[in-house]
Design a binder for this molecule. Structure first.
Ligand code: NAP
Ligand code: MG
Length: 486
C-alpha cells in the first residue's frame, strides 16, 4: 500500500504555508511515472520569507541563540528519537518518491540517525583556544555560528542529504533554509514536521520546495544567506560559487559528481571483488556520486573477471523498489533514464563491447537493465563523463603505475578503490590516488566519523567528521590588554 502523504506545503517559521504565487507542481513515483502529489512551488517571494524567518531565529536574543549548547544537543537527540520512531514510514515514503530500494533506504535512515547522535554529542564541544600572544595581552578565540545557511539538495539521497546538512548546521548553532530537489520533496517535508515536534523554535528550520531556477537561485543570490551547502552536479556547483562571489562572498561547501576508478589487481579475491564492484556501480541504479564507474581490471584476470561480472549483472532481480526482494529499481525520472540510455548508445557507437543489459525494461516507469561494457578505453565518453546510471565500464591495465596515471586523468576526484592482497600496492594507491576517499578491499564506507568530499571538481570542503562543523562557524579572535605586570 502506498504511504500516506501528509505534507505538501512549504514549511516556514514552523508553519505550513502555500506558495505566495499559489503555484504547485506534481511529484511522481519512478516505479510507474504516475503523479502521487502536488506540492507548493516556492519562488523568490517564499525564499525571502523563509530567509527572514531564519534571520529572526538567528537574532542574538532569539530563543535559539539563547539556548545552552548542551540543550541544543538534547534537542538534536530528541529529533533522532522521532526519526527512529517514524523510520518505517520515512523509508516507505523515500522508496515511493525516489525509487530507492527499501533496504537501501533503511540503511540510509540508520546511518542518518547515527549521524544525528554523533553531531548532537558535539554541540557543546565547539570551543576556541587561549593563545599566548606577545606582550601584556589576554587572547582567545570564539567559534560562533555563521548565520543563515541555504542548503540545496539533490534527489539521489533525499533523507540522508537533508539530515546530514541540516544537522551539521544546527550543531554549529546556525539556522537553515532547505531547497529539496524538485523530484523528491516529500521526505524533506516529513522531516521538517519532526523538527517542529521535537521543539525546535520557529524559523530555525525552513523548507521551500521548488526549482533550481527560482527557489534555488533566489537562495544562492540572497544577501542575508551566509553560507550555501550544495550537493549535485558540477555544473550547478560552479554557478553557486559564482553567485556567492557576486553577491556577498557566502561561504560555500560543494559535494559534486565523480568518475571514480575502482582497480582490481591480479591478486584480488574475486569472490569479494566481483560483487563489490557490481554493487559499486549498480547500487541505487548507479545514481550515486561515488559510483565505481571506471572499473580497471589487471590483464592477468581480465577475461575471468569480465565473465563473472556479466554473470552477476544478469542475475540481478529488477522490480518495484517497494518490494523487499527487489535488487534493482528504476531511475529517478524519465529525463535521467533518457540521459543514461543516451550514454549506452554512445558506448556502443564508440566501440565498447556491450555484454549484457543496455535496454529500458518495460514501458512504464524508468527502469534500465544493469549494463556491462567491456573493452572500454580511456577516451570513450562512457569512461569520461558521469553517467549516473547502472552502467559498468570495464577497462584493462597492466601495471599499478600505469593505472594510477590513468585513474587520476580526470577532472573529478571523489572516490577511488583498489582490491589487492599486497599491502604495498594498497598503500601506494592510497597515497597517489587523487580522491577524497580511498577504499581498499571494499567500496562505499560511510560513517559519521569519516570525512567525505572531493578533490578537484568533485567539490569543496568535507562533510562528516568533527571538522565538517567548522565551515558553519566563524572564528573570532579577542585580544584584551592586561594591566602592566606586577
Ligand atoms: P542539479 O541540477 O545539480 O540539482 C541539484 C540541486 O540544485 C537541485 O535541488 C536543483 O534544483 C538545484 N539547482 C539546479 N540549478 C540551480 C541553480 N542554478 N542554482 C541553485 N540551485 C540549483 O542536478 P540534477 O539536475 O538533479 O542532476 C544532473 C546531474 O547531476 C546528474 O546526471 C548527475 O550527474 C549529477 N548529480 C550528482 C549528485 C551528487 O550526489 N553529487 C546528485 C544529483 C545529481 P532542481 O531540483 O530544480 O533541479
Ligand atoms: Mg537539475
Amino acid at each position: 500500500m502506498a504511504p500516506e502523504i501528509k505534507y505538501t506545503k512549504l514549511f516556514i517559521n514552523n508553519e505550513w504555508v502555500d506558495a505566495k504565487s499559489g503555484k504547485t507542481f506534481a511529484t511522481y513515483t519512478p516505479h510507474d511515472g504516475s503523479v502521487i502529489a502536488h506540492v507548493a512551488e516556492g519562488d523568490k517571494a517564499d525564499i525571502d520569507l523563509a530567509v527572514s524567518a531564519a534571520k529572526a531565529a538567528f537574532h542574538r536574543n532569539s530563543e535559539w541563540r539563547l539556548l545552552d549548547a548542551s540543550a541544543r544537543g538534547r534537542l538534536l537527540n530528541k529529533f533522532a528519537d522521532l526519526v527512529e520512531r517514524d523510520a518505517q514510514y520515512l523509508v516507505e515514503l523515500e522508496s515511493y518518491n525516489n525509487g530507492m530500494l527499501l533496504n537501501l533506504a533503511v540503511h540510509f535512515i540508520q546511518n542518518s540517525s547515527r549521524s544525528i547522535r554523533y553531531y548532537a554529542s558535539l554541540a557543546d564541544k565547539i570551543q576556541g583556544d587561549t593563545i599566548p600572544a606577545d606582550g601584556d595581552l589576554f587572547s582567545y578565540t570564539l567559534k560562533q555560528p555563521i548565520g543563515v545557511c541555504g542548503l540545496i539538495l539533490p534527489w539521489n539521497g533525499p533523507i540522508a542529504m537533508f539530515i546530514n546538512k541540516v544537522i551539521t548546521a544546527l550543531t554549529a548553532g546556525c539556522t537553515v533554509v532547505v531547497k529539496p530537489a524538485e523530484q523528491t520533496p516529500l521526505t524533506a517535508l516529513a522531516l521538517a514536521a519532526l523538527f517542529k515536534e521535537a521543539g525546535f523554535p520557529p524559523g530555525v528550520v525552513n523548507v521551500v520546495n521548488g526549482f533550481g531556477p527560482g527557489a534555488g537561485t533566489s537562495l544562492t543570490h540572497h544577501p542575508d544567506v551566509a553560507k550555501i551547502s550544495f550537493t549535485g552536479s558540477a555544473e550547478v556547483g560552479k554557478l553557486i560559487q559564482q553567485a556567492a562571489g557576486k553577491v556577498n562572498l557566502k561561504r560555500v561547501t560543494l559535494e559534486l559528481g565523480g568518475k571514480s576508478p575502482l582497480v582490481i589487481m591480479n591478486d584480488a579475491d574475486l569472490n569479494v571483488a566481483v560483487p563489490c564492484a557490481a554493487n559499486g556501480v549498480f547500487g541505487h541504479q548507479g545514481q550515486i556520486c561515488i559510483a565505481a564507474s571506471r572499473l580497471f581490471v589487471q590483464s592477468g584476470i581480465y577475461d575471468e573477471f569480465v565473465k563473472r561480472a556479466v554473470e552477476f549483472a544478469k542475475n540481478i532481480k529488477i522490480g518495484n523498489p517497494t518490494e523487499p526482494t527487489t535488487q534493482h529499481g528504476p531511475q529517478v525520472d524519465g529525463e535521467m533514464m533518457e540521459k543514461v540510455l543516451g550514454y549506452i548508445e554512445k558506448g556502443k557507437r564508440e566501440g565498447a563491447k556491450l555484454l549484457t543489459g543496455g535496454k529500458r525494461v518495460g514501458t512504464k516507469g524508468f527502469y534500465i537493465e544493469p549494463t556491462v561494457f567491456a573493452g572500454v578505453t580511456d577516451e570513450m565518453t562512457i569512461a569520461k563523463e558521469e553517467i549516473f546510471g547502472p552502467v559498468q565500464s570495464i577497462l584493462k591495465f597492466d601495471t599499478l603505475e600505469e593505472v594510477l596515471d590513468r585513474a587520476n586523468n580526470t577532472n573529478y576526484g571523489l572516490a577511488a578503490g583498489i582490491f589487492t592482497k599486497d599491502i604495498n600496492n594498497a598503500l601506494q594507491f592510497a597515497k597517489h590516488a587523487e580522491a577524497g576517499n580511498v577504499w581498499v578491499n571494499t567500496y562505499f564506507v560511510f560513517q559519521p566519523q569519516l570525512p567525505f568530499g572531493g578533490f578537484k571538481e568533485s567539490g569543496l570542503g568535507r562533510e562528516n567528521g568533527i571538522a565538517c562543523v567548522e565551515p558553519y562557524l566563524e572564528v573570532k579572535t579577542v585580544a584584551i590588554t592586561l594591566p602592566k605586570k606586577f
